[in-house]
Design a protein around this ligand. Structure first.
Ligand code: ATP
Ligand code: MG
Length: 384
C-alpha cells in the first residue's frame, strides 16, 4: 500500500486526435511544478499519479499541483491491492473512527468479481466492524470513502476530491506578451490567458527615477506569483521616463495617459514580434478608469498593426477581478502602495473620450520613432 496523489484531466478529455499533444504538455508542466520535490509522476489510464514521495511533502505537492492548468481534480489517497482486505487497510486511513460516512465505489476494471454496489456494501460493513463508533449516513456523511478498482489487481482509496485549476495546459495555445503593471488587474489577465493554455511573457514600463526600486521589486514579485501558473515567465522592463517627459513638455496635459498608452502599445507590439509572441494581453476592463472607455481603447488599439490585443477582463466588475486576484495569491502584493509610471505626471483631468484626430495632432509634436528607439535601449530581461 502506498500513498499517492491522483490527478484527473480537465478539458483535455474533449480532445480527439491531438489529445497526445495536450497530454504531453500537461505532463511537462506537472513535472516542472514538482521538480524540487523527490517523487515520481506517471500517466495511467487517462489520469496522472504522483507517487514515491515523503509523507511530509504531500501537502506541498498538492499546493503546487493545484496551480497547474489542465487538471480538473486532485485526491490524496492510497493505492492498494484490489482485494477487500487490502482496500480496508487503505479505507481505515481515509475514514475517521467516529462520525458518519458512506462508501462510493467505481469499477474501472469491469472483470472485478463484485459490482460497485456490492463493494460499497461489503467495505461499509467492514469499516463499521472496525470502528464501532462510526455510523452510515448516505445523504450528508462527514466522510465519503471512495474506492476505484483499477486494472492489474490495484485499487485507489481516497476521501476528498479537491478542485484543480482546470483550463488547458500552458503551452498549447500560443504565446502572448502581457502588459504587467503593478496593479490588481494585469496579473489576473495573465492568469486567465494562461488558463486557456497560453504561454505568457511580461512587459513592464517604469519611469525610474520618478518611480522607485520598490515599485520594480513589486512587479518582479507579481511576475513571480504569476509564473507559478504560467510555467515560468520572462519579465522585460522598459523605461518610458523620456517619453513621459517629452509628452509633459510638448503636449496638452489631458492627453498624457492617452499618448503614453499609444507608446506602450507600439513598444509592446514590436517587442512581442521580436519574441515570437502572437498577441498583446492587457488588464483593461471597460469603463474602469478614464483611459478604459471604448474611445480610449480605440485610441491605443489603433497603433497596433499586426497583433490582436486580448483583454480578458473587459467585461468584469472590479469585485470579480479582486476575487480572482485573491484566489491566485496576487492581491496582497498588488495593493502595496508603490507608484506605477502612469501616476507620474498624472493630469488632474484626463481626456475621457479622446478623438483620434485630436490625439494625432498632439502626437505630431513628438518624435515618436526616436523616442521608441531610445526606450528600446533600456530593455532589461529578468528570467523568473
Ligand atoms: P492594473 O490594475 O493592471 O494596473 P489599472 O486598473 O491600473 O490596471 P491602467 O493603469 O489604466 O488600469 O492600465 C490598464 C492596463 O494597461 C493594465 O492592466 C496593464 O495591462 C497595462 N499597463 C498599465 N500600466 C502599465 C505599466 N506601467 N507597465 C505595463 N503595462 C501597464
Ligand atoms: Mg495600473
Amino acid at each position: 500500500m502506498e500513498k499517492v496523489i491522483i490527478l484527473r484531466y480537465a478539458e483535455i478529455y474533449l480532445k480527439g486526435k491531438n489529445r497526445g499533444f495536450f497530454e504531453k504538455a500537461l505532463e511537462n508542466n506537472l513535472q516542472r511544478a514538482i521538480k524540487d520535490i523527490p517523487c515520481e509522476l506517471v500517466r495511467q489510464n487517462g489520469r496522472y499519479l504522483v507517487r514515491s514521495f515523503a509523507e511530509e511533502d504531500a501537502e506541498t505537492l498538492v499546493e503546487k499541483l493545484k496551480k497547474v492548468f489542465g487538471i480538473h481534480s486532485i485526491s490524496v489517497g492510497m493505492e492498494t491491492n484490489s482485494d477487500l482486505e487490502s482496500i480496508l487497510e487503505g479505507a481505515k486511513l481515509v475514514c475517521r473512527p467516529n462520525g458518519t460516512f458512506k462508501v462510493e465505489s467505481h469499477r474501472g476494471d469491469k472483470s472485478y468479481p463484485l459490482t460497485s454496489v456490492e463493494i460499497s456494501k461489503k467495505l461499509g460493513g467492514m469499516l463499521l466492524a472496525t470502528f464501532p463508533k462510526l455510523e452510515v449516513d448516505v445523504h450528508t456523511p462527514d466522510v465519503v470513502v471512495r474506492v476505484d478498482i483499477r486494472e492489474h489487481g490495484k485499487a485507489f482509496v481516497f476521501g476528498d476530491v479537491q478542485e484543480g485549476a482546470n483550463g488547458m495546459p500552458v503551452g498549447t495555445a500560443g504565446k502572448g506578451l502581457l502588459l504587467l503593471s503593478g496593479g490588481i488587474d494585469s496579473p489576473v489577465a495573465g492568469y486567465m490567458m494562461a488558463k486557456r493554455g497560453m504561454k505568457v511573457d511580461c512587459l513592464h514600463f517604469h519611469s525610474y527615477p520618478y518611480t522607485n526600486m520598490q515599485a520594480k521589486e513589486k512587479v518582479v514579485e507579481l511576475a513571480h506569483i504569476l509564473s507559478q501558473y504560467t510555467c515560468g515567465t520572462t519579465l522585460y522592463t522598459v523605461s518610458v521616463t523620456h517619453i513621459q517627459e517629452a509628452i509633459h513638455e510638448k503636449c496638452k496635459p489631458q492627453f498624457m495617459i492617452t499618448l503614453l498608452r499609444r507608446f506602450m502599445y507600439r513598444i509592446a507590439e514590436r517587442h512581442a514580434l521580436k519574441l515570437g509572441g502572437q498577441c498583446i494581453i492587457t488588464g483593461e476592463s471597460l469603463g474602469q478608469v478614464a483611459s478604459q472607455t471604448i474611445e480610449g481603447m480605440t485610441s491605443s488599439n489603433s497603433v497596433v498593426e499586426k497583433l490582436p490585443v486580448l483583454r480578458p477582463l473587459v467585461g468584469f466588475d472590479k469585485n470579480e477581478i479582486i476575487d480572482r486576484s485573491l484566489a491566485m495569491g496576487a492581491y496582497e502584493t498588488s495593493i502595496l502602495p508603490f507608484e506605477d509610471c502612469c501616476t507620474v505626471f498624472l493630469p488632474d483631468f484626463p481626456a475621457i473620450r479622446p478623438k483620434l484626430d485630436e490625439i494625432a495632432k498632439e502626437e505630431a509634436k513628438l518624435d515618436v520613432e526616436g523616442l521608441i528607439e531610445e526606450a528600446f535601449q533600456s530593455v532589461e530581461k529578468i528570467k523568473i
